[in-house]
Design a protein around this ligand. Structure first.
Ligand SMILES: NC(=O)c1ccc[n+]([C@@H]2O[C@H](COP(=O)([O-])OP(=O)(O)OC[C@H]3O[C@@H](n4cnc5c(N)ncnc54)[C@H](O)[C@@H]3O)[C@@H](O)[C@H]2O)c1
Ligand SMILES: N[C@H](CO)Cc1c[nH]c[nH+]1
Ligand SMILES: [Zn+2]
Length: 427
């Protein structure tokens, strides 16, 4: 990990540091556009071909049904079931509170406005399964989709070497009451859910994280089809802000946790002393070699860095520019700086709050904006699966109260038919 001194960095250098791997030569875009075209033209056959090409699996059919999922789910241990169920319950508890009915507002006597929630009818969930299979992501997407009341939930996940999904994904499907999983991964899964194929329904909105191929496909279909997306949720990243009250062993563990996701993940430490920086590097050197995914984590760390700042305020200033997916405040003084956070996907406060808790089981959602999209996007929640439709009702009294204002405004815009739609009712 390279080490920088914040006070020596120019604005342009800071701009470079906060930039993520965004396919500068459009190589990923070119691959993904070809995949999308192919799926659009050849439907299920293209999906079977891509399972062979990218996942090295020969499929005879594109999905697993309920009996097959039940069979797979039988193989998991009681301890594993309990962990998935505990995570399910906490995520459910936290997300359940997001379903709130809003008040009706009488803006003028006789003029009432309000919003009502309706679920998005058809949603597609993408559950990553390339480098690591993520049943936790299935919980993070499936629970809010169920709470929202979405009518059709299409689920795609890459086929594993067995030609199936793994047993944990199958168990989560049963917890969520989902009867079918399509064995489709990568950008081809996104294309299939955006355009529909012989066996996969075209959905209204696609959710879920994924690698650069998945994320690129989501951003392309968002601008070329009528299917919406949750957000660009690409390779995982974490930014840790630390001061002298932090524990370098914990910081190292948190940096490594996101680094092990993939070679394109990024882990950034912004700390207020060179001593902490060096102690953290020493801890990484200790903890890294014993990790089964050490090689992946090392490559991600090669693409990561440490910045030393004079104080926590400067650290926060950098973090807000970076807009991390995960922000950890590794300091006992977190309450002094947490109100200065402007851009972050999800925040972890203090030295005893591991980011992994949010990844799996504390209750918050782990599907979060990456690549600085936390400047404008929130993570997935029940809100992501619903529309809030505005309603209004005007009585005769209301028409008298608001009518003239609308007539004058319509006149100002030269839109006489608009004015008339009010006048005709008043007379
Ligand atoms: N931001 C978030 O909220 C969040 C949450 C969880 C995971 N993640 C990230 O999701 C990612 C998961 O990535 P993954 O690769 O393990 O699984 P994935 O399921 O996203 O991708 C696997 C698929 O990628 C496709 N693929 C692989 N190589 C390809 C190539 N050369 N050309 C075209 N397609 C190809 C294949 O179809 C394969 O099935 C990680 O980067 C992880 O950090 C992000
Ligand atoms: N850290 C990931 C989000 O970037 C979520 C995850 C799933 N499993 C483990 N971690
Ligand atoms: Zn993680």
């Amino acid at each position: 990990m390279k080490l920088y001194n914040y006070s020596e960095l120019s604005t342009a250098e800071i701009g470079q540091l906060v930039q993520r791997n965004i396919d500068p030569a459009n190589e990923i875009r070119a691959i993904v556009e070809e995949v999308i075209d192919n799926v659009q033209q050849h439907g299920d056959n293209a999906l079977l071909d891509y399972a062979q090409k990218f996942d090295k699996v020969t499929l005879t059919k594109l999905y697993l049904d309920k009996p097959e999922l039940e069979e797979l789910a039988k193989t998991i241990t009681a301890e594993q079931k309990l962990a998935l169920e505990t995570a399910y319950n906490n995520i459910y508890k936290f997300h359940e509170t997001q379903l709130k009915t809003e008040d009706r507002v009488e803006t003028m006597p006789g003029v009432t406005c309000w919003r009502e929630i309706r679920p998005i009818e058809k949603v597609g969930l993408y559950i990553p399964g390339g480098s690591a299979v993520l049943p936790s992501t299935f919980l993070m997407l499936g629970i809010p989709a169920r709470l929202a009341g979405c009518h059709e939930i299409v689920v795609c996940s890459p086929p594993q070497k067995s030609g199936k999904v793994n047993a944990f994904i199958a168990y989560v499907a049963l917890l969520l009451g989902i009867d079918k999983i399509y064995l489709v991964g990568g950008s081809q899964a996104i294309a299939a859910m955006a355009y529909g194929t012989e066996s996969i329904t075209k959905v209204d909105k696609i959710f879920g994280p994924g690698n650069q191929f998945v994320t690129k496909a989501k951003t392309i279909i968002q601008s070329t089809t009528t299917t919406a997306i949750d957000m660009p949720a690409g390779p995982s990243e974490v930014l840790v802000i630390a001061d002298e009250t932090a524990n370098p062993a914990y910081i190292a563990a948190d940096l490594l946790a996101q680094a092990e996701h993939g070679i394109d993940s990024q882990s950034v430490l912004v700390c207020t002393s060179t001593d902490i920086a060096n102690a953290t590097l020493a801890e990484i050197a200790k903890q890294l070699p014993v990790l089964p995914r050490a090689e992946i984590a090392q490559l991600a760390l090669d693409n990561s860095y440490i910045i030393v700042t004079d104080n926590l305020n400067n650290a926060m200033q950098f973090s807000n520019k970076y807009a991390p997916e995960h922000l950890i405040l590794a300091t006992e003084n977190w309450s002094q700086i947490s109100d200065k956070i402007i851009n972050a996907g999800s925040v972890f406060l203090g030295n005893l709050t591991p980011e992994s808790a949010g990844d799996y089981a504390s209750g918050t959602n782990h599907t979060l904006p990456t690549s600085s999209y936390a400047r404008a996007y929130s993570g997935v929640s029940v809100d992501s699966f619903v529309k809030k439709i505005t309603f209004q009702h005007i009585t005769r009294e209301g028409l008298q109260n608001i009518g003239h204002t609308v007539e004058v405004l319509a006149e100002m815009e030269g839109l006489h038919a608009h004015r008339n739609a009010v006048s005709i009712r008043k007379s």
